[in-house]
Design a protein around this ligand. Structure first.
Ligand code: NAP
Length: 318
């Protein structure tokens, strides 16, 4: 370690000591160990809020995502490196960074794997930076796994949320045409991102056929709602052309691949580089649906649970 902090560091956080509703979420203090080999400790400035946070808190995904109590969610942060573990050469105390973490982000300090961070450009705000890692990594991974090529057409279910917003932009960069589902209120937004919008719900397959008369090559189910996998298989000509990131039971039932980020390939590095390249060109559009202080994490998760986020929700820390 290159700073003077010995051993553990008492850290204020918002967490929970049991699974449950929003009422289990509240202020706690945790003892953060010193960064181990390959890790850094980050003084958190902002943390992205994801649906994963409320799913983990509720206990609905314990089979795939168990946690130890007290638990602190928050899987993407921006902040300042304040301690460096053994073997870390890429970062120094004082560096401004953003990236993904294995939970613990709803806190003043968090441990991060050094290789999951990227340098935060001065022109990228703390909140904007914290919104990027999960959406970008998931979008990049999904497009790579779908094996799309320029000129092909992709249908995205749930295109207006955090992940969908970045999928649309990476797809456009790759020359892929996108038809995206969203409520009417988000159709102008999807058009702005270069996609053809369609409303989800009854009659969806007909609306997609009208929007893409030449057919759909691949389908990405980001929303995981409304039992869309059967119609997706039909539209794309086979289950092998469909990928879901949100419907685990449906994937098993319909023989569709689910991706949860456990693949061995590193998607985070190219995804953050891709997002930064877009930002530098002035082309990254990831709006902040709402920004809350960390103390209002309950309100942030309530809003996330409603399921109609455009872009990202972010918490500010400190
Ligand atoms: N497996 C993974 O690696 C991975 C990674 C990241 C996220 N996820 C999962 O992916 C899902 C989406 O994440 P996110 O961060 O993009 O969520 P989000 O930001 O909360 O966005 C949710 C979006 O869903 C749309 N929506 C609501 N009902 C819909 C329906 N019936 N059909 C289609 N769209 C609908 C909403 O648009 P309207 O307001 O227009 O309705 C909203 O924009 C979550 O379940 C999350 O847990 C999985």
């Amino acid at each position: 370690m290159t700073d003077a902090t010995p051993g553990t560091l008492p850290t204020k956080a918002i967490g929970f000591a049991e699974y449950g509703g929003l009422d289990v979420l509240g202020p706690i203090e945790i003892e953060l160990p010193a960064p181990g080999a390959g890790q850094v400790r980050v003084a958190v400035r902002a943390v992205g809020v994801n649906p994963l946070d409320h799913k983990v808190r509720s206990g609905s995904i314990t089979e795939f995502f168990p946690v130890d109590f007290p638990a602190v969610t928050g899987y993407e942060v921006s902040g300042v490196v304040e301690a460096v573990g053994e073997g870390v050469t890429a970062w120094q105390v004082g560096d401004e960074v953003f990236g993904s973490v294995h939970g613990g982000g709803y806190a003043e300090h968090v441990l991060a794997a050094a290789d999951k961070l990227a340098r935060k450009p001065a022109a990228l705000g703390w909140e904007e930076a914290a919104a990027i890692p999960v959406a970008a990594e998931t979008a990049w991974r999904s497009l790579d796994l779908l094996g799309l090529e320029a000129g092909q057409t992709l249908l995205v279910h749930g295109a207006a949320g955090g992940v969908g917003t970045v999928v649309l932009q990476f797809a456009r960069q790759r020359g892929i045409r996108v038809v995206g589902t969203a409520s009417e209120a988000n159709h102008a937004y999807l058009r702005e991102l270069g996609a053809v919008p369609v409303v989800y719900g009854d009659g969806l397959a007909e609306r997609v056929r009208a929007a893409a008369p030449e057919g759909v090559d691949r389908v990405l189910d980001v929303a995981g709602l409304g039992d869309v996998l059967p119609l997706s298989i039909e539209l794309a000509g086979g289950a092998e052309n469909v990928l879901t990131i949100a419907d685990i039971p449906g994937s098993a039932e319909h023989g569709v691949r689910f991706t949860g980020g456990t693949e061995p390939a590193d998607y985070q590095g190219p995804a953050l580089a891709g997002a930064l390249a877009l930002h530098e060109e002035g082309g990254l559009n990831l709006p902040l649906h709402r920004v809350y202080p960390l103390a209002e994490a309950v309100e942030a998760q309530r809003e996330s649970e409603r399921g109609h986020v455009r872009g990202k929700i972010v918490l500010t820390v400190g």
